[in-house]
Design a protein around this ligand. Structure first.
Ligand SMILES: [Zn+2]
Length: 58
């Protein structure tokens, strides 16, 4: 199982990055790093919960 998160699914339509990982914890760590490095955003619980609702399984 691979989990995938895309910024465009949470409304960041100008970011085409796709983050994938094998577990939710790993995915969240990668998404948090991406959000901070690329978008200058620190994820809080609200953002994390919202992001998780958009994660797809492949
Ligand atoms: Zn992004």
């Amino acid at each position: 199982m691979t989990l995938e998160f895309r910024c465009e699914h949470v409304g960041v339509t100008d970011c085409k990055a796709a983050t994938t990982a094998d577990s939710k914890d790993e995915l969240l760590a990668k998404v948090a790093a991406h959000a901070k490095d690329v978008h200058g955003v620190e994820l809080n619980d609200t953002l994390i919960n919202y992001a998780l609702t958009t994660v797809t399984e492949k």
